[in-house]
Write a protein that binds this ligand. Structure first.
Ligand SMILES: *Cc1c(COP(=O)(O)O)cnc(C)c1O
Length: 439
C-alpha cells in the first residue's frame, strides 16, 4: 500500500496521519470524516515556491481554491505565501472572510455576474481573469461607474487540450472558456482592452486541463502563447508582463498514476519560457501557476465506518460505508479511482476483493470497485486516500445526508476546521407552509 505524506501504520496496526491515530480521530469527530495532512500541504506548496525561487524567476503560485475552499485552507495558503484563485463570489467571500491579502487574489470564471465583478473591484483584488467579450465590456463599464481601475489577464485557449496522457491539438478549440488564440478573438480582445483606460492588461492566461502527468502540454501552450505575443509586440508594441500557465498538475490516486514532482514540472516549464523569451528577444515575463489538486489532493483522507454487506454469489461482495457520492462524487462523475485500507487493521493482508458502496439511493453511488481488503466487519474503519481535492468542495446533501466534518492534523494535534452538519442545518433554509413570514 502506498502511504502519502505523514500517513503510516502505528504500533497498534492503525493508520496514523499527522501523528494521530485515525481510530481516535473517528471516535472523537465521527464519520465520515475528511482528514487533512497539513505537513503534506505545506510540503507541496514549498515544492512549487522554492523551485521558482531557486531558479530566480519572479512568480506567483496561486492555490486554485475551488479544489477545497474553506477559511482554514485559505489561511494555510496565506501562511505558505501562496496567491489565491477564486471562481465565484462565494469563494471570494471565503477568501475575504479569511482575511487573505487582496492583492494576491485572482478571479476566474466564464460567467462572472455584475455583482461578482463589483465585489472584486470594491475589495480591490489583485487581478481579474477576463474570459469573454461580454465580461470585458461589462467590467469596463463597471470600472467607469465605480471610478476604479483594475488589472486583468486575458484567458485564452491555445488550441491544446490535455487528456491526461495525450494532447489534442485543435485548430478551433471547442471550449466554453476563454478567447481563441487561433481565430483572432484573443487579438480582438487585447486590442479592445488596450483602449480601456481603467483596465491594465497584465498578460495572458491559459489552463489546458487537469490531472496532467507530463510537461509537454504546458510547453506546447507556452510556445503558442509566445508566438502570438511576438506578433503583438511587432504589430502594436504590446508586451505581456505576466504569463499564467494555469494548473492541472497530476497526483497519484492509484498505482496507475505517475506524476512528476512539482520541481520538475516547474523547472521544465521555466526552461522553455526562458528559451522562448530569448528566441523572440522578449523580456522574461513573470510566471504564474495555479495548482489546485496537486496542493491538497493527496493530503486528504476520508474515514468511513463500514456497515452493511451484500453478497451477489459468484459475482461480487458489496461493502457499504456511511457516506458516498454525497461526500465524494468523483467516482460517479468521472469514474475516478481510489485506493483504501482498513484504518483499524492496516497491517492485515487482503483476503477478499470487495466493492465499496455508498449509502445514497442510486446504483451509481459506488466509491471503489474491486478493492482488495482483509475480510471486514461492520464497524471497521475504511480510509480512502487522496480525497483532498474536489471532495469536500463538491460535497452535497443528496438524500439529506449532512456534510461531514473536516479536521486538520499536524504534529500530533487535530484541529476541527469545518464542523459536521446537523439535521437542523439541513432544514435551515426550508420555509414551512404553516409559517407566516414577513417580506
Ligand atoms: C481548475 C483550475 C485550476 C486547478 O486545476 P487542478 O487540476 O486542481 O490543478 C487552475 N486554474 C484554472 C483556471 C482552473 O479552472
Amino acid at each position: 500500500m502506498y502511504f502519502h505524506g505523514t500517513s503510516k501504520v502505528n504500533a497498534k496496526g492503525h493508520l496514523e496521519i499527522g501523528g494521530i491515530d485515525t481510530v481516535e480521530l473517528a471516535k472523537k469527530f465521527g464519520t465520515p470524516l475528511y482528514v487533512y495532512d497539513v505537513a503534506l500541504i505545506r510540503e507541496r506548496a514549498k515544492g512549487f515556491k522554492l523551485t521558482f525561487e531557486n531558479l530566480k524567476v519572479p512568480a506567483q503560485v496561486a492555490y486554485a481554491s475551488k479544489a477545497f475552499s474553506t477559511i482554514a485552507m485559505v489561511q494555510l495558503a496565506e501562511e505558505e505565501g501562496l496567491s489565491l484563485d477564486v471562481v465565484s463570489g462565494g469563494e471570494l467571500y471565503t477568501a475575504l472572510a479569511a482575511d487573505f491579502p487582496r492583492e494576491r487574489i485572482h478571479f476566474h470564471g466564464n460567467n462572472k455576474s455584475r455583482e461578482e465583478l463589483e465585489m472584486a473591484l470594491k475589495h480591490e483584488i489583485g487581478c481579474i481573469v477576463v474570459d469573454n467579450f461580454y465580461e470585458l465590456e461589462l467590467l469596463n463599464s463597471i470600472c467607469e461607474e465605480m471610478k476604479m481601475s483594475t488589472k486583468i489577464l486575458l484567458r485564452v485557449t491555445p488550441g491544446i487540450e490535455a487528456h491526461t496522457h495525450d494532447y489534442i491539438l485543435t485548430g478551433q478549440a471547442d471550449s466554453k472558456f476563454g478567447f481563441d488564440l487561433q481565430n483572432g478573438q484573443a487579438e480582438d480582445a487585447l486590442k479592445k482592452a488596450l483602449t480601456f483606460e481603467k483596465i491594465d492588461v497584465l498578460g495572458l492566461h491559459c489552463h489546458i486541463g487537469s490531472q496532467i502527468f507530463e510537461t509537454t502540454g504546458f510547453i506546447l501552450a507556452a510556445k503558442k502563447l509566445f508566438e502570438k505575443l511576438h506578433e503583438w509586440k511587432e504589430a502594436f508594441s504590446y508586451e505581456s508582463k505576466v504569463l499564467n500557465l494555469g494548473g492541472g498538475f497530476g497526483i497519484r490516486y492509484t498505482a496507475e498514476d505517475e506524476p512528476l514532482p512539482a520541481a520538475q514540472y516547474v523547472a521544465e516549464i521555466i526552461e522553455e519560457v526562458k528559451r522562448l523569451a530569448e528566441h523572440y528577444s522578449m523580456a522574461m515575463p513573470e510566471i504564474w501557476i495555479e495548482p489546485g489538486r496537486s496542493l491538497v489532493g493527496d493530503a486528504g483522507t476520508t474515514l468511513y465506518k463500514i456497515g452493511s454487506r451484500k453478497e451477489v454469489p459468484d459475482v461480487r461482495q458489496y461493502v457499504a460505508v456511511d457516506g458516498g457520492m454525497s461526500d465524494n462524487i468523483r467516482p460517479a462523475l468521472y469514474q475516478a479511482k481510489y485506493e483504501a485500507v482498513l484504518a483499524n487493521r492496516a497491517l492485515e493482508k487482503a483476503d477478499e476483493t470487495v466493492s465499496i458502496a455508498g449509502k445514497c439511493c442510486e446504483s451509481g453511488d459506488m466509491l471503489i470497485w474491486d478493492l482488495p481488503l482483509p475480510k471486514s466487519d461492520s464497524d471497521d474503519l475504511l480510509a480512502v486516500f487522496c480525497t483532498g481535492a474536489y471532495g469536500y468542495a463538491m460535497a452535497n446533501n443528496y438524500n439529506r445526508l449532512p456534510r461531514p466534518a473536516v479536521v486538520f492534523v499536524e504534529n500530533g494535534e487535530a484541529k476541527l476546521v469545518v464542523r459536521r452538519e446537523t439535521y437542523e442545518d439541513l432544514i435551515r433554509m426550508d420555509i414551512s407552509l404553516k409559517q407566516k413570514i414577513n417580506n
